[in-house]
Ligand binder design. Structure first.
Ligand SMILES: [Zn+2]
Length: 205
């Protein structure tokens, strides 16, 4: 009986601390109304280089489902989402680090970026015509103005940032202080860093 209890405790502890590994899904397969502007598949990014082979956005299933809820809620007030970045394979993270080996701009691939876990998303708001709403800065501006606690901004911009944050938080996403466009889905730390290419993920639901 004692041995069985010990074995149960070991197995249960293993279960508690095991890393979670749910499937990555393509966001537009969950909600085709979410717009994409995947900047790393173009040279319109701070690296001025295309580092993604294709403009595709994958996220872990839980995060994609939650984003679907965010989109539906925003549509009720005449708004929607536009995604700049989602899951990023670790090999791309290494490539970005080679181009810019500076932790102020790029996460060190030794630790991995939150985006490598498929639980982080960079995004903004658009109106019914797909036009981006004014926000504090452009995507990947590494300035103080991009911080969530920067308040010296016009009222409409403060309101837009607040709407995005309120609806994202309601559906389980957490903001980070330094980038108004970046959100992590709850529990992201438990998820593994991945290196599956977009091609490999293709067709998986
Ligand atoms: Zn991000």
């Amino acid at each position: 009986m004692f041995r069985q209890t010990i074995l149960f405790c070991i197995l249960f502890t293993g279960f508690l601390f095991a890393q979670v590994d749910s499937a990555l899904v393509e966001v537009i397969s969950v909600n085709p109304h979410i717009q994409l502007d995947l900047r790393y598949a173009t040279d319109n990014n701070f690296l001025h280089q295309k580092v993604y082979p294709e403009p595709r956005c994958f996220l872990r299933y839980e995060a994609a489902r939650a984003l679907d809820d965010v989109q539906k809620e925003l549509e009720n007030i005449g708004l929607g989402l536009k995604i700049y970045d989602g899951y990023r394979p670790l090999s791309v993270q290494k490539k970005m680090w080679e181009i810019m080996p500076n932790a102020h701009y790029v996460a060190n691939p030794k630790k991995g970026s939150r985006h490598n876990r498929g639980m982080a998303v960079d995004l903004t708001l658009v109106d019914t015509n797909g036009k981006e709403l004014p926000m504090p800065t452009g995507f990947d501006s590494f300035s103080k103005k991009a911080h969530q606690d920067y308040w010296n901004l016009p009222t409409n911009i403060l309101r837009n940032r607040w709407i995005l944050r309120t609806v994202m938080e309601k559906h389980g996403f957490k903001p980070i202080r330094t980038e108004w466009w970046h959100y992590d889905y709850k529990g992201w730390k438990k998820y593994k860093v991945l290196d599956a290419s977009f091609k490999k993920l293709e067709g998986k639901k």
